[in-house]
Design a protein around this ligand. Structure first.
Ligand code: AMP
Ligand code: GLY
Length: 433
C-alpha cells in the first residue's frame, strides 16, 4: 500500500511509526511531517491546510489511503476533497467532523438523541447567555462553539467569571468567528477519560482509553495546555464500563450522525466524565488525542493499517487481537513559558540515550532540523513514551528517558499517571445500570 499521513505533531509521529511497521506498507509519505516522522516516512513540504496540493500529491503518488491526523483539515473538508477525487481517506467528512467543529451541533445532537451529557443551552446573544448562567448557577462552563485550539472551554467558578468568559467569546471575539455562538453548560464532577472508537460508517470498534493531564503543573495546577502527558489503560474504565459507553454513547452517536450528517469513517475521541450518575460526554473530537495517541500506539496490538483501511473503505473489521495488559505512559517535554509565550531554536541533547532505554520511544511534537542539529520548534517539543508490564514500570521508564534529555528552558510534569497509581478506590459509578 501507498499511504499518505497528514500532520506533523507527536500524534502523527506515533501514527507514522505504527503505520511504517506494517508489512502491508510499501510507501509512506507525510505532509508536512517532522524530523521524527522523517525516520519512518518521506516528508513532503505541504501543510495540512493546503488541500489542493494534498489532493494533487495523493493523486500523483497513487496513494491508496490518506490518514488525516489533526481536526482542522477535517473540519475544513479535506476528507470530502480526497473522496471527491476518488481517493480513500481515514477521517470524517466536514459534515460529520462538525461533531468537533461545532459544540452547538454536537450538544444538540446529543440532546435530540438522549445521549448523556452536561445540561446546556446555546446562545448567539450575550445578554441571554448571561441570564442563563444565573439560572444554571456556578460552577459552569462557557464554550466557544467553533475550533479554538483547545482554549475555547472556560470553567467559571463565579458569575463574574462567567460574564467575563461570555465577553471574551462574544464581545471581544478572542476566538474570532468560533466564539460568536457559545454553549453554556453545567460543570460535571468526576474522573475525566479519553475514550477512542473507530467507525467504518456502519459498525463501531472500541479502541482503548487513556487519561490526559491538561494542566501545566504537577497536581493539576496552572493553566491548561494541549496535554502534558497521558497513560493507558485507565483502570477505572474497565470492560463493563467500556461496554456501557459503547452502547449508551458511542453507537447511538454514530447512528445519529449517520442519519443527520452522513456516515462517520475514522476515529471518534469521546471525552467522558465519569460522574456519580454515570458516564457523560464532555465533548467529541474527530481525531486521535494528542498525547493520548502516543500512549495508545505503544499498547495497541497487531497491525494498525488493516483497521485504518477498514474504517476508510467501509469494510468489516479485521480479526483484532485482544489488547495486552501492559501499560503505557507518555510525558510531554515542553518549551520554557509554554502554554504562554515561549522561545524556539534551542538545541536538543540526549535523545539517543533516551531512546536506548528499554520500552521507550521518543515522539517529536515541535522540533526542527537546522544545519544538522535538532532544535525546538514548538510549545510541546517531545512526547517521551514508554510501555511496561504495569503503570509504575512504564512511569519509571518514561521518566528515566526524560532525565537524559536537555534543552534550554525545558519543563515537564513529574506526576504523569501518579493519580492512577495512588488511586485507592475506584470512582463512583452509581446509577450506571
Ligand atoms: P473541552 O475543550 O471541551 O475539551 O474542555 C477542556 C476541558 O475543560 C475539559 O478537558 C474538562 O477538563 C473541562 N470541561 C469542559 N467541559 C466541562 C464540564 N461540563 N464540566 C467539567 N469540566 C469541563
Ligand atoms: N489531548 C486532548 C486533545 O487532543 O484534544
Amino acid at each position: 500500500m501507498r499511504i499518505l499521513l497528514v500532520g506533523g505533531g507527536g500524534r502523527e509521529h506515533a501514527l507514522a511509526w505504527r503505520i511504517s511497521e506494517s508489512p502491508l506498507v510499501d510507501v509512506l509519505l507525510a505532509a508536512p511531517g517532522n524530523p521524527g516522522i522523517a525516520r519512518h516516512a518521506t516528508c513532503v513540504g505541504i501543510g495540512a491546510d493546503a488541500h489542493d496540493e494534498l489532493v494533487a500529491l495523493a493523486r500523483r503518488e497513487r496513494i491508496d489511503l490518506t490518514v488525516v491526523g489533526p481536526e482542522v483539515p477535517l473540519v475544513a473538508g479535506l476528507a470530502d476533497r480526497l473522496s471527491a477525487a476518488g481517493l480513500c481517506v481515514f477521517g470524517p467528512t466536514a459534515r460529520a467532523a462538525a461533531i468537533e467543529g461545532s459544540k452547538a451541533f454536537a450538544k444538540a445532537l446529543l440532546a435530540r438523541h438522549g445521549i448523556p451529557t452536561a445540561r446546556f443551552a446555546t446562545f448567539d446573544d450575550p445578554a441571554r447567555a448571561r441570564r442563563y448562567c444565573r439560572d444554571l448557577g456556578t460552577p459552569l462552563v462557557v464554550k466557544a462553539d467553533g475550533l479554538a485550539a483547545g482554549k475555547g472551554a472556560i470553567v467559571c467558578r463565579t458569575l463574574a467569571e462567567a460574564d467575563d468568559a461570555i465577553a471574551l467569546c462574544m464581545e471581544r471575539r478572542v476566538f474570532g468567528a468560533s466564539g460568536t455562538t457559545v454553549v453554556v453548560e453545567e460543570f460535571l464532577v468526576g474522573e475525566e477519560i479519553s475514550f477512542f472508537a473507530l467507525s467504518n460508517g456502519g459498525d463501531a470498534l472500541a479502541f482503548g482509553a487513556a487519561q490526559d493531564h491538561k494542566a501545566v503543573l504537577d497536581g493539576d495546577r496552572g493553566p491548561n495546555t494541549g496535554g502534558m502527558g497521558a497513560y493507558s489503560p485507565v483502570v477505572a474504565f474497565d470492560d463493563a464500563l467500556e461496554k456501557h459507553v459503547m452502547e449508551t454513547i458511542v453507537r447511538p452517536t454514530f447512528a445519529a450522525l449517520a442519519r443527520e450528517a452522513g456516515a462517520y469513517q475514522g476515529v471518534l475521541f469521546v471525552q467522558l466524565m465519569l460522574t456519580a450518575e454515570g458516564p457523560k460526554v464532555v465533548e467529541f473530537n474527530c481525531r486521535f488525542g494528542d498525547p493520548e495517541c502516543q500512549a495508545l500506539m505503544l499498547r495497541a496490538p497487531g497491525d494498525l493499517v488493516p483497521l485504518l483501511t477498514a474504517a476508510a473503505r467501509g469494510e468489516a473489521w479485521p480479526a483484532a487481537p485482544p489488547w495486552p495488559r501492559r501499560a503505557s505512559v507518555c510525558v510531554t517535554v515542553a518549551s520554557g513559558g509554554y502554554p504562554g509565550a515561549y522561545a524556539t531554536g534551542a538545541p536538543i541533547e540526549g535523545l539517543t540515550r533516551a531512546e536506548a532505554k528499554p520500552g521507550v520511544r521518543v515522539f517529536h511534537a515541535g522540533t526542527k532540523q537546522v544545519e544538522g542539529r535538532l532544535v525546538t520548534a514548538g510549545g510541546r517539543v517531545l512526547s517521551v513514551a514508554a510501555v511496561a508490564a504495569d503503570l509504575p514500570g512504564a512511569i519509571r521508564a518514561a521518566y528515566d528517558a526524560v532525565g537524559e534529555i536537555r534543552f534550554d528552558g525545558m519543563h515537564y510534569r513529574t506526576d504523569i499517571g501518579q493519580r492512577a497509581v495512588r488511586a485507592e478506590a475506584p470512582p463512583r459509578r452509581r446509577g450506571e445500570r
